[in-house]
Design a protein around this ligand. Structure first.
Ligand SMILES: NC(=O)C1=CN([C@@H]2O[C@H](COP(=O)(O)OP(=O)(O)OC[C@H]3O[C@@H](n4cnc5c(N)ncnc54)[C@H](O)[C@@H]3O)[C@@H](O)[C@H]2O)C=CC1
Ligand SMILES: CC(C)CC(=O)C(=O)O
Ligand SMILES: [Mg+2]
Length: 356
């Protein structure tokens, strides 16, 4: 039976790189003799324009009935000054909450050809391989109250976590570390924040169930520095929502561009949403030059984590690596070789997929 994939292209470069994703899926379909059926739905700014809300109920329903979901990106200057509940970003936060996608996996791998694309010294980045496990449905992005008070002269955001929310993401952190090199760095700000002190306590508690995993704690400010100075000292990182958001964008310096970083957002069932870690890149939207690799590797993560097709995921990863290895890249990467646009880069990757 056909696997039902909901496509949420969103805004800015979202639709441009989603086209690449669908072409790659079509190739997988041919090579592996599987059928995908696609349903496209609105989210973010495009949904505000078409439905007056960044997350229409029809989009939530389509996602709930899907085998898996791909998302491009949301947001852009057009919607920066509308009322908060209608901001495109609320659509993304809303779908994460509606589907309980609490575990966000953000791998940072330096493909060999990217070693010299990084602004960091190559001996620091060669072989770096990090997985950031980011809590995705709690913390500052969701806590209430969040409001202006005192005639607009005071502002409140709320950082709230329950014990259960921390425990479940900690288990994902430890389980991920078990499948890798058994080292887990829990990142917090326990010298200042009560929420971080509870985070650290729970990390210690849960670690008793994973005796083989070496657990270390790192304060987020020091972690931000060490990620750049010693990226290879990390294996798996587990952290709360805001810290994970910031640290993963920072980590894009390691492979040299945010345009190659993909992610999986998973719940406790088997449903997942797969998306690049970057945003809608309004500065390059409409020019056809976005790097499609972040989206194409999100397809690979979907095949791996959601559709039980690890071989197909491998074909995509190998083809991406080969394209980069042969010098083909988009303009966001500072490396030797041939600069291609989004469509040409996708063509190259698909050409190599056919040869796998
Ligand atoms: N998951 C999502 O949908 C996210 C949405 N946003 C939204 O996106 C909009 C723009 O946010 P920014 O802060 O500019 O972050 P951004 O991630 O969109 O862009 C940051 C920089 O990275 C570049 N970049 C990003 N993706 C690229 C790709 N695939 N290829 C080549 N270059 C790429 C952009 O051109 C820009 O210079 C905002 O409205 C923001 O709220 C931001 C982050 C995540
Ligand atoms: C709501 C989003 C714009 C948050 C974000 O930047 C992300 O998830 O990477
Ligand atoms: Mg972000």
């Amino acid at each position: 039976m056909a696997k039902k994939i909901v496509l949420l292209p969103g805004d800015g470069i979202g639709p441009e790189i989603m086209e690449s994703a669908v072409r790659v899926m079509d190739q997988i379909s041919k090579s592996f003799n599987v059928t995908f059926s696609y349903e496209t739905a609105d989210i973010g700014g495009v949904a505000v324009d078409n439905h007056h809300t960044p997350l229409p109920q029809t989009t939530i329903e389509a996602c709930k009935n899907a085998d898996s979901i791909l998302l491009g990106a949301v947001g852009g200057p057009k919607w920066d000054n509308i009322e908060v509940s209608k901001r495109p970003e609320q659509g993304l936060l809303g779908i994460r909450k509606a589907l309980n996608l609490f575990a966000n996996l953000r791998p940072i791998r330096v493909y060999k050809p990217l070693v010299h694309a990084s602004p960091l010294k190559s001996d620091r980045v060669e072989g770096a391989d990090i997985l950031i496990v980011r809590e995705l449905t709690g913390g500052l992005y969701f806590g209430t109250p969040r409001e202006r008070r005192d005639n607009g002269n005071t502002v409140v955001d709320t950082l709230q976590y329950t014990r259960e929310e921390i425990k479940r993401i900690m288990h994902i952190g430890f389980q991920s570390a078990m499948g890798r090199s058994k080292k887990l760095t829990s990142v917090d700000k326990a010298n200042v924040l009560e929420s971080s002190r509870m985070w650290r306590e729970i990390a210690e508690e849960v670690s008793k169930e994973y005796k083989e995993v070496e657990l270390e704690h790192l304060l987020v400010d020091a972690a931000a520095m060490k990620l750049i100075t010693e990226p290879k000292s990390f294996d798996t990182i587990v952290t709360e929502n805001l810290f994970g958001d910031i640290l993963s964008d920072e980590a894009s310096i390691i492979p040299g561009t945010i345009g190659v970083l993909a992610s999986a957002s998973l719940n406790d069932k088997s449903l997942g949403l797969f998306e690049p870690i970057h945003g809608s890149a309004p500065d390059i939207a409409g020019k056809g030059i976005a790097n499609p690799i972040s989206m194409i590797l999100s397809v690979a993560m979907m095949l791996q984590h959601s559709l039980s097709m690890p071989k197909a995921a491998e074909v995509i990863e190998k083809s991406v690596e080969r394209a980069l290895d042969e010098g083909y890249h988009t303009g966001d990467l500072d490396m030797d070789g041939k600069v291609l646009n989004t469509v040409e880069m996708t063509d190259k990757i698909i050409e190599f997929m056919r040869e796998e």
